[in-house]
Design a binder for this molecule. Structure first.
Ligand code: SF4
Length: 64
C-alpha cells in the first residue's frame, strides 16, 4: 500500500487523524500532513477507513 494526500484539497476536517494517528497529522492550519507514504500493516485498515471518510476526498490509497 502507498498513500498520498492532496493538501490543496484538504478542508481540515481531521477524520484522517482520528482514524490513523500514526499516518496522518494536521499542521497549525488544520491541513493534513502525511507522516508516511507506506503505512505499517497494522495501520492499513485505518488508512482505508480514513480515505473513505475524508469529506474532501483528499486521501488516495494505492493498493499494491
Ligand atoms: S480527513 Fe480529509 S479533509 Fe480532513 S484533515 Fe484529513 S485529508 Fe483533510
Amino acid at each position: 500500500m502507498r498513500v498520498t494526500v492532496d493538501r490543496d484539497q484538504c478542508v481540515g476536517a481531521g477524520q484522517c487523524v482520528l482514524n490513523a494517528p500514526d499516518v496522518f497529522d494536521q499542521d497549525d492550519d488544520g491541513v493534513v500532513v502525511l507522516m508516511t507514504e507506506g503505512p505499517d500493516s497494522q495501520d492499513r485498515d485505518a488508512v482505508r477507513a480514513a480515505g473513505d471518510l475524508c469529506p474532501s476526498r483528499s486521501i488516495t490509497v494505492h493498493e499494491d
